[in-house]
Design a protein around this ligand. Structure first.
Ligand SMILES: NC(=O)c1ccc[n+]([C@@H]2O[C@H](COP(=O)([O-])OP(=O)(O)OC[C@H]3O[C@@H](n4cnc5c(N)ncnc54)[C@H](OP(=O)(O)O)[C@@H]3O)[C@@H](O)[C@H]2O)c1
Length: 268
């Protein structure tokens, strides 16, 4: 269904990891709010194409662009292509991440490098490439972090460290880019049911997925798991003009899971 206008009408958004999961929900929400959208992906060209088709059904322009984020040198040429196709970028959503979920003592150095290359090195390269395309209008950068950035989680040591670095960059970039009219924020989701969540639960902590989700839901104040749409609604707000005075923050969106003291869990 074609939708008219919207609070992001006329903006161009770039979303990494938008072929599936949270990234896809974010790209579709931004398109529903009026933005044209670049769907970045690594391997799944078919699902990236489906996301673009859906964006176009909403009456927006869409483009699927393959980019291996473990190769930071490929980032600048990809943004040059976006610049040629759309003339500008208004919203950059750094959503994709990948790691080998393992105890830190068992991590191979190439996995450590790859995890940081995707979440840190390529993010820096993308901001450097995107900012010149944002300069003459309000710009928005939103990074997707995770609760592993500030809470120890089994098999998340390296990813959590990369996400903590990402949150640190959110603060320093907010300071550097604020004078240019660009805000930089993070969102930090709890459990959101996607391919990655299932992979982490089954391989990372060796639990049966459905049962693990039931137990997490029971410990979550709002008594449900998160959805991509929950996170997308927050990203869409941060991307909007209404959030112009909000910068340098990483907002936890987890249904209250991490505000409950571990001491309370002893009652469960
Ligand atoms: N799910 C959760 O519970 C949860 C909780 C907290 C934080 N997060 C964070 O939320 C973000 C999205 O997670 P998700 O669960 O939606 O993930 P997901 O369903 O596994 O999707 C991952 C996306 O990232 C892309 N991607 C993976 N490796 C890449 C690489 N090397 N280069 C470029 N793109 C790559 C994938 O592209 P292809 O489809 O082409 O492979 C896919 O689009 C991640 O940053 C994750 O750490 C997730």
């Amino acid at each position: 269904m074609v939708t008219d206008g919207g609070r992001l009408a006329g903006r161009v958004a770039v979303v990494t990891g938008a072929s599936r999961g949270m990234g896809r929900a974010i790209a579709l929400r931004l398109a529903r709010d009026g933005a044209d959208c670049v769907v970045m992906y690594r391997r799944d060209a078919a699902r990236a194409g489906e996301a673009v088709a859906e964006i176009e059904r909403l009456g927006r322009r869409g483009l699927a662009l393959r980019l291996e984020l473990a190769e930071p040198a490929e980032v600048a040429p990809a943004f040059a292509r976006i610049g040629e196709a759309f003339g500008r970028v208004d919203i950059l959503v750094w959503n994709a991440a990948a790691t080998a979920f393992r105890p830190t003592l068992e991590q191979k150095s190439h996995n450590v490098d790859r995890t940081f290359a995707i979440s840190v090195d390529s993010f820096v390269a993308a901001v450097q490439a995107a900012v010149p395309l944002m300069r003459d209008r309000p710009g928005r950068v939103v990074a997707v972090s995770g609760i592993d950035s500030h809470q120890a989680m089994t098999a998340h040591g390296v990813l959590g460290a990369a996400k903590a670095a990402l949150e640190s960059l959110v603060r320093s970039l907010a300071m550097e880019l604020g004078p240019l009219g660009i805000t930089v924020n993070g969102v930090s989701p709890g459990l959101v049911e996607t391919d990655s969540a299932q992979f982490y639960v089954e391989r990372g902590i060796s639990r049966e997925y459905t049962d693990a989700v039931k137990r997490i839901v029971a410990l979550t104040p709002v008594r449900r798991a998160g959805t991509g749409e929950d996170v997308a609604a927050l990203v869409a707000y941060l991307a909007s003009d209404a959030a112009a005075f909000l910068t340098g923050q990483t907002i936890v969106i987890d249904g209250g899971l991490t505000v409950v003291s571990p001491l309370n869990l002893m009652q469960a």
